[in-house]
Ligand binder design. Structure first.
Ligand code: PAF
Length: 297
């Protein structure tokens, strides 16, 4: 497995692979590689001749320095996991290579970046879109693979690729979950064991709403109420948002669900000892389709 640190070297490799007729898949990550990322690698492997993973903790998409400082950096373990998963190359640039301090150009993102996480994280999605654009320009992949857990990120990236005419296919991979249903996330390791136990309230909330839709409940307010009630049963949970929005545009839904809707949750789980000071913010989603019966998760 090659480890590449500069854009110039990655572009030169991409040119050689493309000239030789190889299909390239890129899996962008910020490291702390877990089974969720490996599912993206697996999907990439099915669809391409070369699988490349990028590992770059993008400083511009963090709101505060503490969050950036606490982000897990596990380079050697990540490289080993990629090697074991049969990744062909890892792009692991230094910060200045991808986000030089003199850089002044941003991708401005539209409506899809405003609701949900966009409300409490202004600037986050434009930073994500900008770094993903730079990664696409560096790796020149035929396809790029993202997880559905970061659904709003996926929606923003899809619209950027469409609006700017990037010649790349965006592939989405379903959420990978622990056996109790908690969605895999690099943040899970920061949960206090009691908060970890209670965090299963997220998937219970999604299941409750999905079950209700399957039984014919299409009233948006009622579905939100059902989901919220499940989360409220976890004493350490503090809701950031529980929202329904259009699954394609992330725009508002009507009083009754007519088309596919995204049920999106963001919840902070406090630590029983240190309270909000050690809270971990988790997100989870489910697409609810009022025209279809429940699909197993
Ligand atoms: O999902 C992530 O890990 C990051 O937001 C991404 C897409 C690699 C951009 O920094």
């Amino acid at each position: 497995m090659r480890v590449i640190e500069t854009v110039a070297e990655l572009q030169a490799l991409a040119d050689r692979e493309r000239a030789a007729g190889a299909k390239i898949a890129l899996v962008p990550t910020m490291g702390a590689i877990h089974a969720g990322h490996l599912a993206l690698v697996c999907e990439a492997r099915k669809r391409a001749d070369r699988v490349w993973v990028s590992i770059f903790v993008n400083p511009t998409q963090f709101e505060d320095a503490a969050e950036l400082g606490n982000y897990p950096r596990t380079r050697e373990a990540d490289l080993q996991r990629c090697r074991d998963a049969g990744v062909d190359a890892v792009f692991a640039p230094e910060c200045d290579e991808m986000a030089p301090p003199a850089s002044q150009t941003w991708i401005e993102v539209g409506e899809a970046a405003r609701p949900l996480c966009g409300r409490s994280r202004p600037g986050h999605f434009r930073a994500v879109a900008t770094i993903v654009a730079k990664l696409l320009l560096a790796a020149k992949p035929h396809l790029a693979v993202f997880g559905e857990k970061d659904y709003q990120q996926l929606t923003v990236i899809r619209s950027m690729v469409r609006d700017l005419g990037f010649d790349v296919e965006i592939v989405a991979v379903p959420i990978v979950r622990e056996t109790d249903g908690l969605a895999l996330s690099s943040r899970n390791i920061h949960l206090h064991p009691e908060a970890r136990r209670q965090a299963v309230a997220l998937v219970r909330a999604l299941d409750a709403a999905e079950g209700a839709v399957a039984s014919g409940e299409h009233d948006s307010a009622r579905l939100l109420q059902l989901a919220t009630a499940e989360i409220d049963q976890a004493p350490l949970a503090r809701i950031d948002y529980v929202e329904l929005c259009d699954a394609d545009s992330l725009g508002p839904v009507g009083e009754k669900l007519a088309d596919s809707a995204l049920l999106a949750l963001a919840v902070r789980f406090d630590s029983p000892d240190r309270g909000a000071r050690e809270a971990v913010r988790l997100i989870d989603i489910r697409v609810l389709d009022p025209r279809r019966a429940t699909s197993p998760r």
